[in-house]
Design a binder for this molecule. Structure first.
Ligand code: OGA
Ligand code: NI
Length: 350
């Protein structure tokens, strides 16, 4: 019989319901209070894409509506081979299931490190630091040839599988950015150009071990993604991701062979607030480990982001000031340990 070894964080802390992991009462998830009926749209990317004319494609309008109302959607028939998605989740899972000493080599608090293992935490007044019930592994994914040599050699297939997956996600991201641009009534390549040809693309794998009492902990606390766009692959059959819709938490239950797409802060700003970067979180469960792999698409530090001129007129005055992505990231790090409100710092007062 297989022995069940309790999960240890890479820093050798056993994951247990010690006070280090227990949230203050007002921050705990109330798992009976979720609203499955309001869950995010599922969009079939095989829906006819009509090339001529603007706004005539049903796919573009579905995506546009999802971006305005939810900021989140799931996509099916996206063209990324199923076996590849299964393989990439398998190597990521294997990585997290290595002995903690193996993962510890990537452990760092230095956010300039390209390849890193870290643990989310929040600081609460009078309580100090509470560690989240998860571990995270992050590294760049494009141009993958430049980074492959930095990636793990254990599990042995990690580099090869990840490189293949990164290529597929690159093509999918381009397609999504084009559809989202069209939804805003812009040229197909508009968002891609605004974010910049040399974008900063990195992945974040999250591992959530089973938790004896999911009502006391959180996998990842409520946050917005600060990048431009996120494409997330999650374990099938295990729920955990939740998003806010009209102030209620709505579960994003995995749909077979799908991705979760979410608009992040930079697209909210570029669209002048028309498309939303929505609050989301990951809760834990008692029974099964959950794995997710987020692929982020962000501008480079020197890129200037602000509302796109074509989306601004007298009725729609700019809601944000222009900033460089470096400024945005500095603000992000300044808010370390808090429930971050990063883009709010760039809002124009009216
Ligand atoms: C993230 C994230 C959610 C999940 O990595 O930014 O929101 O389901 N992950 O793991
Ligand atoms: Ni997120």
């Amino acid at each position: 019989m297989e022995m069940k070894v309790p999960f240890q964080l890479a820093n050798n802390t056993p994951l247990s319901l010690s006070p280090d992991f227990i949230l203050p009462e007002f921050k705990r998830p109330i798992l009976s209070k979720v609203f499955p009926s309001d869950s995010i749209p599922i969009i079939d990317l095989n829906d006819h894409e009509i090339d001529e004319g603007q706004g005539s494609s049903p796919l573009v309008s579905k995506i546009s509506q999802a971006c305005e109302e939810y900021g989140f959607f799931q996509i099916i028939n996206h063209g990324v081979p199923k076996e590849l998605c299964q393989k990439v989740l398998a190597v990521v899972t294997e990585f997290f299931q290595l002995p903690h000493e193996e993962r510890a080599q990537y452990l760092t608090k230095d956010h300039t490190k390209q390849v890193k293992v870290f643990n989310y935490y929040q600081k609460y007044e009078g309580l100090g630091k509470v560690i989240m019930w998860s571990e995270t592994f992050s590294h760049p994914w494009h141009p993958i040839e430049d980074f492959t040599h930095l990636l793990p050699t254990n599990p042995p297939q990690y580099r090869e599988v990840f490189a293949e997956y990164a290529k597929e996600i690159g093509a999918l991201m381009d397609r999504l950015l084009s559809l989202i641009s069209q939804g805003l009534g812009l040229e197909k390549d508009c968002l891609k150009k605004k974010i910049g040809e040399r974008a900063s693309l990195y992945s974040q794998a999250n591992y959530y071990p089973p938790c004896p009492d999911p009502e006391l902990t959180m996998g990842i606390p409520a946050h917005n993604d600060i990048v431009a766009l996120t494409v997330l692959l999650q374990s099938e059959g295990v729920t955990g991701l939740q998003v806010i819709k009209e102030e209620k938490w709505v579960p994003v239950d995995p749909v077979p062979h799908s991705f979760v797409v979410n608009l992040a802060d930079q697209i909210q700003v570029l669209s002048n607030g028309r498309y939303k970067s929505v609050d989301h979180r990951a809760v834990t469960n008692k029974w099964l480990p959950r794995v997710s792999l987020a692929m982020f698409y962000a501008p480079n530090n020197d890129i200037v982001i602000g509302p796109i001129e074509d989306l601004i007129d007298e009725e729609h005055p700019p809601k944000y000031r222009n900033y460089s992505y470096k400024e945005f990231m500095d603000e992000f790090y300044r808010q370390e340990g808090k429930r971050r409100r990063v883009k709010e710092a760039f809002e124009l007062q009216r």
